[in-house]
Design a protein around this ligand. Structure first.
Ligand code: DGI
Ligand code: FE
Ligand code: FE
Length: 402
């Protein structure tokens, strides 16, 4: 088994780290990649506005999630948990104990590579691991790598691979922290990491969450959900805007509702219940145990109380999972956008798409019928609001034409 170890302070993790991790996984054909945030690195003390360890860990977890290879990429807290200074040689010894017989590959950038022989117990490091160094720019290619590679091979019999990553994002964490403190730097970050930084006001960022521009609002939403849901959320935004323009609702309200509608989707039941208590949301007995019914309510609260969204957006998000009696046009639009956004791909989605742009109420009725039927088949209890919403449409004479 080939294991890559990518350590660093990740302060913060950025697109350069992402590209390096991806390239190394493919070039070395790794079976596993461990992203390992360092506690206090032996060779430098952390700069002043470094966020707490838990924040760096959370950001690295977002990076791992965005690498989108869950069976392969893991975040290792080995060095964060160890007392005192973290030496790479000790980390490698521990990894050999945990993964006997594994082939270890230590991944690092140019700066690290060029000083490798000065690290604590370099001899052990180079005995226990192979080295993969990547250049940050075209500039630090062979001319920079060659002498060091030859030196390490000669002195330590090291096994060294060097890769220059063409067209790589050329930014250092130091530059990035400086950019962030001046309200810039978004283009160097994963949206989920950028959103996390904004929401926790790290690195001197000071945005008002209640008055965000769209890229910042999207980033915050991304930071709260798993990477695999991002495409869905973007799709709902797009579809909701389209439907709003078509049916004469406010496209910007629809957009905001789309961006935030699933922002609490990944909270556990306990955290959902806590938010409901905090914002005074009353729950019935089914809601208290069906976690899937809670994200619409808690998502609405976050939209309103954290991001300052108006009541129309709050309501649309609040009812997007079950629907209700007396839905507004915006409520209907978000409900259907969630159902038919471009990434949805299930039997019957085409019919729903067509109806959504010819007769919105019929689309709604068909959507609710399908939801009810599917839940009956799966033996899931149907919420009264789902039933009431459907009955309300029927009472208004909405009928599905054959
Ligand atoms: O959040 P999404 O997956 O994009 O979509 P959604 O907000 O419509 O949530 C769908 C989930 O909600 C699905 O797993 C079924 C569940 N759900 C929807 N209506 C009901 C329901 N669960 C119960 N128990 N009762 C309902 O009436
Ligand atoms: Fe949802
Ligand atoms: Fe959704």
């Amino acid at each position: 088994m080939k294991i890559g170890i990518y350590g660093g302070t990740f302060n913060p993790p950025h697109l350069g780290h992402m590209a390096a991790a991806r390239t190394a996984m493919d070039a070395l054909k790794l079976d596993k990649l461990l992203l390992m945030p360092a506690a206090v690195p032996p060779h430098k003390s952390l700069p002043e506005n470094t966020p707490a360890q838990e924040h760096r860990l959370a950001m690295v977890e977002k990076m791992a999630d965005a690498l989108d290879r869950p069976e392969m990429v893991e975040v290792s807290t080995l060095e964060l948990e160890r007392e005192g200074k973290s030496y790479t040689s000790e980390t490698l010894e521990e990894l050999h104990r945990r993964y006997p017989g594994a082939e270890l590959w230590l991944l690092m950038g140019t700066d690290m590579f060029l000083t490798l022989h000065q690290w604590h117990d370099a001899k052990t490091i180079l005995r226990l691991a192979n080295i993969c160094a990547f250049g940050r720019t075209e500039g630090d290619g062979e001319a920079v790598f060659l002498p060091q590679r030859e030196f390490l091979i000669r002195e330590y019999q090291a096994n060294v691979v060097t890769i220059t990553l063409p067209g790589l994002v050329d930014v250092s964490s130091t530059q990035l922290r400086d950019l962030l403190s001046r309200g810039k730097g978004r283009e160097y970050l994963l949206p989920a990491v950028y959103g996390y930084i904004l929401m926790h006001k790290l690195y001197g960022t000071e945005v008002h969450l209640k008055h965000l521009e769209l890229p910042e609002l999207r980033a915050c939403s991304c930071s709260m959900i798993r990477h695999k849901r991002v495409a869905h959320v973007m799709g709902v935004e797009e579809e909701a805007v389209k439907l709003a323009k078509f049916w004469g609702a406010d496209p910007e309200l629809a957009r905001h509702a789309g961006i935030l509608h699933d922002c609490t989707k990944y909270l556990e039941l306990d955290d959902q219940l806590k938010l409901c208590r905090k914002y005074g949301i009353e729950l019935d007995s089914l809601e208290r145990k069906a976690v899937k019914l809670l994200h619409s309510k808690t998502g609405a609260c976050i939209a309103k109380y954290v991001f300052g969204e108006p009541d129309e957006v709050y309501e649309a998000i609040f009812w997007h999972t079950t629907g209700k009696e007396d839905m507004t046009l915006l409520d209907k639009i978000l409900y259907m956008a969630d159902y038919i956004e471009p990434n949805r791909d299930f039997d019957g989605v085409e019919r729903l798409r067509e109806l959504s742009y010819t007769d919105l109420d019929q689309a709604l009725l068909l959507g609710m019928n399908s939801t009810i039927q599917e839940m009956e088949e799966r033996g899931v209890p149907i919420h009264t609001n789902t039933r009431k919403a459907r009955q309300w449409l029927l009472d208004q004479g909405v009928k599905l034409k054959e």
